[in-house]
Ligand binder design. Structure first.
Ligand code: GTP
Ligand code: GTP
Length: 441
């Protein structure tokens, strides 16, 4: 199941970042260690009582000079409503209720998303002097916290996880392939979506839904069921200015989070951007299937080498996505667009593929014979055996003698051997190393 998303919304300076860092704790640095991933404090993986979720800080955006706090707040609230399962609406318990708070509350109420009203800066055991004023917002009883002193953060998280969607509700989604189309503005995402939906049967949902359902489009292609995530672009042009990069990144992140397969759309006239790299890194880290789609191929003047040159450049820019199929299409003319959905289906299967333990160990055994494992100070790495522990993404546990002896390059070699035999095209592969017998020679 996709991890629930929790967004923190609130006026500048109420303490959003402080709470964000408090909840994210050390985990945020783990996230930051990954290659190709943003260092902005946009999101972090967090956990409370065995509930893993993604935390998003919508704040800290440099306002455009003419933008008022109120319009900034509207943008923040809109992005939270669009992307989050639960919203932490933070107000300042020291300052009391403001007009901006009322405006935001009214937007949130209309969205029918679970909101946890949170009074921050309540640094003593006393109620905030303004505590009762906040009942005017018509929300549940506020949770009072102090982000700096770490008071009541547990109560807040209890209230948050209580709103998480029921896992069972996700069950029959299993056979549906969830696809996110991501890429920077103007690369042709909407054109691509329109093309795909135009060729296939769109299912009109009669489930009275949340905002989330409203921006997803279910459709079928023959027997196969798909769900297109985040088609906000065609349904209703968002009021948010897409040039505020942080917003489009947050939106893309949450779409990736919920997807099985991501289509990263690149404009052939522009190439790979920094934002593409951030999102691709996030997809990689989250074990999603990935297809790189180079669009507007009709605009490129081509000779026999063009495609090869493009391939080389993109592979170079997105080196860690070496497993992702590359498609060159034109959403406008429809050229090769048929391949898009075929590849999505293929990659979704690869991402969910399981190989038998016996075959895996044959591959490992042969790999070890062909290319001796590394050694250090006379001690050689031994791989006793491996087993596939999970799918989506395929995750292998290797039982070895000493983790210190495993080199990144050797692990990469094992990965390549597995891929040579089984493909796993379009999906990242993960390894977990377990030491079985540290003393072994
Ligand atoms: N007394 C007190 N101060 C706090 C508390 N939480 C945050 N602050 C202070 O409030 C100020 C603003 O905190 P931030 O976390 O940067 O606020 P923010 O909401 O992220 O602000 P923007 O980035 O502008 O949106 C800082 O000086 C914090 O130290 C708290 O629980 N009690
Ligand atoms: N020549 C050419 N133009 C294209 C192609 N695909 C899209 N375009 C054009 O590129 C522009 C942007 O296309 P959209 O589909 O709106 O792009 P988008 O990525 O959805 O843009 P946002 O909604 O701003 O994120 C439009 O003018 C399209 O007609 C293509 O394959 N070839």
């Amino acid at each position: 199941m996709a991890k629930p998303v929790v967004a923190i919304v609130g006026r500048p300076n109420v303490g959003k970042s402080t709470l964000f860092n408090r909840i994210a704790g050390k985990r945020i640095s783990i996230v930051e260690d990954q290659p190709g991933v943003t260092r902005d404090r946009i999101y972090a993986e967090a956990e409370w009582l065995n509930n893993v979720f993604t935390l998003i800080d919508t704040g800290g955006i440099e306002p455009e000079s003419k933008e008022t706090i109120l319009s900034q707040m509207r943008n923040q609230a809109e992005i939270a409503i669009e992307t989050a399962d639960v919203i932490i609406f933070m107000v300042d318990g020291k300052e009391g209720l403001t007009g901006t708070d009322r405006e935001v509350a009214s937007m949130l109420r209309k969205a029918h998303k679970p909101v946890v009203l949170t009074l921050n800066k309540v640094d003593t055991v006393e109620h905030s002097p303004y505590y009762y004023d906040f009942f005017e917002l018509g929300m549940d009883e506020p949770v009072e916290i102090s982000s700096t002193a770490a008071y009541n953060i547990g109560d807040l998280l209890d209230a948050v996880v209580a709103h998480f969607p029921d896992e069972k509700a996700d069950k029959d989604e299993d056979e549906v392939i969830k696809v996110a189309i991501i890429g920077k503005p103007n690369v042709g995402k909407s054109s691509m979506i329109n093309h795909i939906l135009g060729e296939n049967r769109v299912i009109v949902s009669d489930i009275a839904g949340t905002t989330r359902d409203a921006i997803d489009t279910p459709f079928t292609d023959g027997e196969d069921k798909y769900l297109l995530i985040d088609t906000a672009g065609i349904r209703r042009r968002s009021k948010i200015k897409e040039n505020i990069e942080k917003y489009s990144v947050i939106r893309a992140f949450t779409a990736v989070e919920r997807a099985d397969v991501c289509l990263l759309v690149i404009d052939s006239t522009e190439g790979v951007t920094e934002q593409d790299k951030k999102i691709a890194g996030y997809s990689h880290e989250n074990g999603k299937g990935m297809i790189i789609v180079v669009n507007k191929w009709d605009l490129i003047e081509k000779d026999t080498h063009t495609m090869k040159e493009f391939t080389k450049e993109i592979r170079n820019e997105l080196a860690y996505l070496s497993y992702a199929p590359l498609l060159f299409v034109s959403a406008m003319s429809g050229q090769r667009m048929k391949q898009v959905l075929e590849t999505v289906k293929f990659v979704a299967n690869q991402n969910a593929m399981r190989i038998p333990t016996g075959n895996l160990n044959e591959i490992i055994g042969e790999a070890v014979l062909l290319n001796q494992p590394p050694s250090d100070k006379g001690k050689r790495l031994k791989i006793f055996y491996g087993t596939q522990a999970a799918v989506k993404p395929p995750t292998f546990i290797l039982f070895i003698n000493d983790k210190e002896l495993m080199h990144f390059s050797y692990l990469r070699y094992i990965e390549n051997q597995i891929r040579q035999n089984y493909g796993f095209e379009g999906t990242p592969i993960r390894f977990i190393l377990r030491e079985k017998d540290k003393g072994g020679k």
